[in-house]
Design a protein around this ligand. Structure first.
Ligand SMILES: Cc1cc2nc3c(=O)[nH]c(=O)nc-3n(C[C@H](O)[C@H](O)[C@H](O)COP(=O)(O)OP(=O)(O)OC[C@H]3O[C@@H](n4cnc5c(N)ncnc54)[C@H](O)[C@@H]3O)c2cc1C
Length: 299
């Protein structure tokens, strides 16, 4: 459909996500740099449904796959650098743990929390990823966004992007190609200790080494989704090949044989039970991409 060396048809997406479920992208592009990304977009027929995939750590891809163009930012978008002013600039595809470790090694503080989040910079901006008392909006100066329809680039602040709790006003047509983070000067040893402590905490409090996509639901005001799920007695419960983690009740862990539909059904089942017993409507934090039963064509 798109004649370009960085574009392929029918590419399985499951291996590109942490849940390892779901179908294929009808068209898949992995542009190596901004010029290639622009070229591919200029060859893309108007009205093509476009999805940007980061490191796939917050998504469930439909078993029917994605009927459109899936873009994964390639090589040059993984770069991370520290400027003379101490600001850290990273490509939209850069891994967050890499950003955290590089900043720490250069004595730049404030980005340590990224070490526990296995996503990309682009995914973090879109989701306003956060933890350990901080989030992306707090540390971000600007993000450079390419509009895939107009191919115009803008540089936006967290305020422009209305970044709130695990949310922003970015849509599927926006591609985060780069972001710059403000840091403070700190002692390298202290920063590396902080990174070790966050990593230790994660190992102790999250189901490491399993198939999951982090917290499934957003925390409602003044409460924790995991605590609510525990209160209604679902911690450790199974639903076919998917289980509520016995370590952290807001993580749903998938078995090797689980499908995207199994995860979707369990999420809806938990929401229904929580709604019935507490009146609280838990809002999913993870994104279901593509078609799901019950018409959750979400992104
Ligand atoms: C073990 C584990 C722990 C986690 N812990 C945390 C945590 O502590 N805090 C937290 O906030 N999250 C956490 N997460 C969730 C996830 O890592 C974050 O939401 C992360 O920011 C998602 O980034 P990603 O690159 O994987 O995005 P993806 O999952 O690939 O995509 C998520 C959304 O972002 C969009 N997107 C991705 N890249 C771009 C881009 N370049 N431009 C525009 N849009 C883009 C996608 O289209 C999609 O809508 C965790 C996940 C796991 C598996």
């Amino acid at each position: 459909m798109i004649d370009h060396p960085s574009v392929r048809d029918n590419v399985p997406l499951a291996p590109l996500t942490t849940y390892k479920v779901g179908g294929a992208a009808r068209v898949f592009a992995e542009p190596g740099d901004l010029a290639e990304l622009r070229e591919i977009l200029s060859l893309t027929p108007p009205d093509t449904h476009i999805v940007v995939l980061g490191r796939g750590s917050n998504v469930v891809i439909s078993e029917k796959g994605i009927d459109g163009l899936v873009i994964k930012l390639g090589r040059s978008f993984q770069a991370v650098s520290v400027g003379d002013d101490g600001d850290v600039t990273a490509g939209g595809g850069a891994a967050l743990p890499k950003v955290a470790r590089l900043a720490a090694a250069k004595g730049r503080g404030g980005l340590g929390f990224f070490v526990g989040i296995p996503g990309s910079v682009g995914g973090a901006v879109r989701m306003n990823a956060g933890g350990h008392g901080s989030d992306t909006a707090t540390v971000m100066a600007t993000a450079t966004i390419l509009d895939s329809t107009t191919r115009r680039m803008t540089r936006s602040t967290p305020r422009d992007l209305a970044m709130g709790y695990r949310s922003s006003n970015l849509t599927d047509t926006d591609i985060v190609v780069q972001a710059t983070f403000v840091t403070t000067e700190r002692d390298v040893d202290a920063l590396e200790d902080e990174i070790r402590e966050i990593t230790r905490w994660r190992k102790e409090n999250q189901p490491g080494g399993t198939l999951n996509a982090g917290s499934v639901f957003k925390n409602p005001d003044g409460d924790f989704a995991g605590a609510i799920i525990e209160r209604v007695g679902l911690k450790g419960e199974r639903f076919g090949p998917v289980a509520v983690s016995p370590v952290h009740a807001n993580f749903l862990v998938a078995g090797d044989d689980a499908t995207a539909d199994d995860i979707f059904s369990f999420v809806e089942h938990i929401r229904a039970i929580v709604r019935d017993r507490t009146g609280i409507d838990l809002e999913p934090e993870i994104k279901f991409l593509g078609e799901f039963a019950g018409d959750r064509e979400a992104s």
